[in-house]
Design a protein around this ligand. Structure first.
Ligand code: ARG
Ligand code: ZN
Length: 854
């Protein structure tokens, strides 16, 4: 069959499928090399669809036979699927196909991960299992029979039959094919139960490989807390008798919300104090919640087409962020989320891969599971909530669930429930879904004293820079939360939300006794970049006095960036005022330790590169790296004994618990240790490494030792201890590339790829080494270009095996236009070398083309 040129799919071309599916029945005869899939599907004509040929998606399938109403037919086959003449009315389609799970290294469709069968169908993987209308607006109830001698056989819905060598599952809820799942293996379960508030008894299971059952308790607890939270916060109950989670070692992403059978990357569910860090625990809690919440926002109400992906992902991310905020500290969670948004989404939105939250075209939909769709998508929900208020939000969500349950919905449907529930016109707000790029909001202020008190004015100007395919931008609705402080630190105007709707707008505050200090964009009320002239004095004032925890932290961050900018561009020394402000923060026992830990953390190298670039400079990664080192050392020297006091005081006693309080103390203690290691030659880190009884402290110590180049002995001890734990060994691999000295990083990565435990076909291991190198900014951008070439070589090697992970990792190069001509030239050569690889996947071709700006 000829290779078709990759096609671009457009939102504007949407048409409904010719038929509706009333029922799907599937039989799987599992065998590693030749699995038979037998389907029986009841189709009826779709009264809402225009006439057209009957087409079923199907890729890499071997068709054995096909029948319509029991009569053999001979469909016309292509690379993408089949067409076939069909009766005018309802009919039954039957097909038998062969697939090969064993050789499916792309990890999409039905594949094998270490002797276990599993599936990943979102977005378009079901078409690699059998012929089907593989699109989210075709929803149907499924029954599935699995035939295999393996002891555990799972699919969606409720169990409906079991015998020697087979099991049957029935899912009563109509669903699109992307939510189909099947698992078969030699697995053990960690069981539990949950009673929903209306009294449904639900059996809960986490299924894992024998040996991993001791790592399930935390995930199970997180699941039960998620179920309770969704009942209490959104009024949403679970709707089947069973909820199964399975841990899989080879998985392209974090996890997948298949109806009643969530499949997880084992790194996103397995946890124990000895093997998982505090950050791992928090991530697992968030992902379990995310996938569980999809049962309503994604499964009961799904997406009409893949352009609407943010309908389920933005909303579900927003919901999991709310959940974590409720479980832990809301202020700290908000700062973490903004750090992540800026690190990944702003980076994307300000480079060649910028795209709207609802894209209007794509070549490969897997390339659009992005920070923009997910994280900026979640920010849009947060802005909506701020604009209509908590009550309006609750009313709109109730209406959404009531009106659209069972639907494949659109962003238009979503916005209409807000309009209908609150009476607010959202036509301008809708631009947030179609306009790419991070808006810049410039603020100028004026003060005019008066007899009745003075007037303070804030003048806002908004502008969104051009992005690929979008030269001109319209003004957006931007909710800017603002508060005013008096010079003695009292809050004279509490937080209020100003609504920007025009390019230029002035807001006035009257009757003020003295000129206030404004606190702007409190809580990071919109995903924008604020540009405002300020000075170190004012930032230090806000750091000390702002009542809004986000802006308090933000003031410290601004100070750090100013200091680093001056160190890089003028060779200045670290400003004493900054060191003092930081010290005051670290000392302030009225503040949550987790917050203090965040305040101590300096901006990342990548963040500084973007900051310098935005200020009109060409960032030099080595200079940034050196300035950060210098500043860290200066902070350590300035703080002196405070650090060892903090280190001692923040020790957590008693058995390890992953909760926010203990984790916050450990985070602050780790911040102190990292600084101390720069002045004590790693003595404390070495001692902590040897004494640690939990992974947070063991890995924390190892990181400090790596940073000062004294980790050789610890690295080999760590390896001997954890040789047999794949997830811990991923950390061992990743840490070494991420923390290698800039001039050695490429060499370290290259050596690790020759290690006998470098299983490059496993996405977690590949990402650990190659992704770790890409994250090591100074090492990745080493002037020789060695790291660029190494990453490109490995992407070329991985592409035929696993296009999805390859394409995702090309984003290592997305910031190339920030750098100097030499670096740009070397990166361009490597990107062009990837692009020229014969047979390159559609996924990687699209990504490299977009990064190059072709
Ligand atoms: N829906 C899944 C989640 O957000 C992720 C699926 C990712 N799929 C993909 N092709 N990248 O939980
Ligand atoms: Zn999701």
């Amino acid at each position: 069959m000829p290779h078709d040129a990759p096609q671009t799919i457009y939102l504007a071309d949407y048409t409904p499928f010719t038929h509706l599916v009333e029922q799907v029945h599937l039989v799987f005869r599992l065998a590693p090399d030749v699995t038979r899939v037998i389907s029986r599907i009841a189709f009826v004509p779709n009264p809402d669809a225009p006439d057209g040929p009957f087409f079923l998606h199907g890729e890499q399938l071997k068709l054995i036979e096909a029948k319509i109403d029991g009569q053999p037919v001979t469909p016309e086959l292509s690379e993408a699927g089949l067409t076939c003449p069909v009766p005018d009315g309802p009919f039954t389609w039957e097909a038998e196909v062969e697939i090969s799970p064993q050789t499916n290294t792309a990890l999409e469709g039905l594949y094998m991960s270490r002797a276990m069968y599993c599936t990943q169908c979102e977005a378009e993987g079901f078409r690699k299992i059998t012929y089907y209308p593989d699109r989210p607006d075709v929803m149907a109830p499924f029954t599935v029979r699995i035939e295999s001698d393996l002891p555990v056989l799972l699919s969606n819905g409720n169990p409906s039959g079991r015998g020697e060598g087979w099991a049957e599952w029935t899912d009563p809820w109509p669903k699109p094919a992307y939510l189909f799942a099947l698992v078969a293996g030699d697995l053990v379960n960690h069981p539990d139960r949950f009673t929903t508030r209306s009294g449904r008894e639900v059996e809960l299971n986490i299924w894992v490989r024998p040996g991993d059952e001791k790592k399930c308790a935390f995930g199970m607890d997180a699941l039960k807390r998620s179920m309770t939270w969704d009942e209490e916060t959104y009024g949403r109950e679970y709707d089947l008798d069973v909820f199964n989670i399975v841990a899989v070692d080879d998985f392209n992403m974090g996890a997948m919300e298949n109806k009643g059978l969530n499949i997880f990357n084992s790194s996103a569910v397995l946890a124990s104090p000895e093997t998982s860090t505090d950050a791992n625990f928090e991530r697992i809690e968030g992902i379990i919640a995310h996938e569980y919440f999809h049962n309503w926002t994604g499964n009961r109400i799904t997406c009409r087409d893949w352009f609407q992906l943010c309908l389920k992902e933005g909303l579900t991310v927003f919901r999991d962020q709310q959940f974590t905020g409720d479980m832990r500290s809301r202020a700290v969670k908000r700062i973490d989320d903004v750090l992540n948004l800026r690190a990944r989404q702003f980076r994307e939105d300000n480079g060649p891969l910028a795209h709207p939250v609802r894209p209007e075209s794509f070549v490969e939909i897997n390339n659009f599971y992005t920070a923009t769709v997910y994280e900026k998508g979640a920010e849009l929900i947060g802005m909506l909530k701020r604009l209509v208020g908590d009550e309006g939000y609750a009313k709109a969500l109730d209406l959404y669930f009531e009106r659209h349950d069972g639907d494949a919905a659109t962003i238009e449907d979503w916005l209409r429930v807000f309009e209908d529930a609150t009476g607010r016109d959202l036509s301008q707000f809708k631009l947030w879904y179609s306009q790419a790029g991070t808006p810049r909001v410039r603020v100028d202020e004026a003060w005019s004293p008066g007899a009745e008190g003075g007037t303070f004015s804030l003048h806002f100007r908004q502008e969104t820079p051009p992005t690929p395919g979008q030269a001109e931008k319209d003004p957006l609705v931007i909710p800017v939360a603002v508060g005013l402080l008096s010079p003695n630190g009292d809050e004279v105007v509490p937080t209020q939300v100003l609504e920007l709707t025009q390019t230029s707008q002035v807001f006035q505050f009257e009757g003020l006794a003295t000129r206030p200090v404004p606190s702007i964009l409190r809580g990071f009320s919109a995903p924008v970049i604020v540009e405002r002239k300020t000075d170190a004095k004012e930032r230090a004032f806000l750091l000390a006095h702002d009542t809004d925890p986000f802006n308090k932290w933000e003031a410290g961050r601004g100070l750090a960036k100013d200091v680093l900018t001056r160190m890089v561009s003028e060779g200045a020394d670290p400003a004493p005022a900054y060191l003092e402000a930081l010290e005051a923060m670290a000392r302030d026992e009225s503040l949550d330790p987790a917050f203090r830990a965040l305040a101590l953390r300096l901006p990342s190298q990548d963040d500084m590169a973007q900051t310098l670039f935005d200020a009109g400079r060409t960032p030099d990664p080595l200079q940034i790296h050196a300035a950060l080192r210098h500043l860290r050392k200066a902070v350590a020297e300035h703080m002196g004994s405070l650090l060892s006091d903090l280190y001692d005081d923040m020790a957590v006693h008693g058995p390890y618990r992953p909760d926010a309080t203990d984790a916050g103390q450990r985070a602050l203690r780790q911040g102190a240790l990292a600084l101390l290691s720069l002045v004590d030659e790693g003595t404390r880190a070495q001692a902590q490494f040897e004494a640690a009884d939990n992974m947070t402290e063991q890995l924390g110590a190892l990181t400090c030792l790596l940073e000062i180049g004294a980790a050789d002995a610890a690295l080999s001890a760590f390896r001997s201890q954890w040789q047999s734990d794949r997830l811990v060994m991923d950390k061992w691999f990743g840490l070494q590339t991420a923390h290698a000295e800039p001039d050695k990083a490429a060499q370290v990565a290259s050596r690790l790829t020759e290690d006998s435990d470098f299983d490059w076909k496993n996405p977690n291991r590949f990402r650990a080494v190659i992704g770790g190198l890409a994250m090591n900014a100074a090492g990745f951008h080493t002037p020789s270009g060695a790291a660029y070439a190494l990453v490109a070589d490995w992407l070329i090697r991985l592409d035929p095996v696993n296009p999805q992970t390859t394409a995702r990792m090309t984003t290592a190069f997305e910031t190339w236009k920030r750098y100097d001509g030499d670096r740009q030239g070397m990166i361009r050569d490597n990107l062009e070398r990837i692009a020229a690889t014969p047979g390159l996947s559609r996924d990687t071709t699209e990504m490299v083309g977009r990064i190059l700006g072709a």
